[in-house]
Design a protein around this ligand. Structure first.
Ligand code: SAM
Length: 216
């Protein structure tokens, strides 16, 4: 499958193998992922998809939190999929992972109770943000929930300055709308309702915000 152009997990392909180590160094990893899982609130019968699973850290935590929930992930990068699959095999957990061609998510409409995404949307340009949100809306069941954790509106001048490091790695074109607090507008424009920023964490490299929304 030929994927469209994308920004790899750490901005450059060769850095992907260091992703977990860099996140541990620069982010309060345990805390930001724990809060993400709490907001996802996995129930026994839930069908849950992670959009942009990266090295699989969130999926592992989610599967450990509720073994009855049916969790799976989709990502655009075959190399990162291999890294996640190797990790899952090492710990003996079986989580289905799929590749996305950047156009159509490989699932029928109304498939999932919850779709979540972490640290992905700041890597997407405006059109791609909207396109991916439309695709997520399509595969969610009616009343299904979207949970996004990503760089959000900087909560202080100092946070704004620190975020320049992320912008230097990932580029200004995709990250500026995030740090200006425009994610809720994108989510609403895609057709979601009940959109709100429910939480945030100030990290060493910027403000990580949590957004919740629902498919009508
Ligand atoms: C910074 S990593 C985040 C990984 C993980 N969600 C986390 O919280 O650590 C961003 C991920 O989004 C994926 N990605 C980038 N563009 C994408 C797109 N258009 N569709 C799906 N995934 C994409 C990248 O391949 C990468 O694995």
């Amino acid at each position: 499958m030929k994927n469209q152009k994308f920004i790899p997990a750490l901005g450059y392909d060769a850095l992907s193998i260091y992703y977990d180590a860099i996140i541990r160094l620069t982010m309060p990893e345990r805390e930001f992922r724990k809060r993400l899982i709490n907001w996802i609130d996995p129930k026994n019968s839930d069908q849950i998809l992670e959009f942009g699973f990266g090295t699989g850290q969130n999926l592992l935590l989610l599967a450990q939190q509720n073994r009855q929930a049916k969790v799976s992930g989709v990502d655009i990068d075959p190399k990162i999929k291999h890294i996640a699959e190797t990790k899952f095999a090492r710990v003996g957990i079986d989580i289905p992972l799929y590749l996305y061609d950047g156009k159509t998510l490989p699932f029928p409409e109304n498939s999932f109770d919850k779709v979540f995404s972490s640290l992905v949307f700041h890597q997407l340009d405006r059109n791609t943000k909207l396109h991916c949100l439309n695709e997520i809306l399509r595969v969610l069941k009616p009343n299904g929930h979207l949970i996004i954790g990503d760089w959000g509106k900087a909560k202080s001048k100092w946070m704004r300055i620190k975020f320049l490091l992320v912008q230097l790695l990932d580029g200004f074109a995709t990250t500026t709308d995030n740090v200006n607090g425009l994610m809720p507008t994108y989510i609403k424009n895609a057709g979601f309702v009940g959109v709100s920023e429910v939480d945030f964490i100030n990290t060493k490299i910027g403000t990580y915000s949590y957004y919740i929304a629902q498919k009508p």
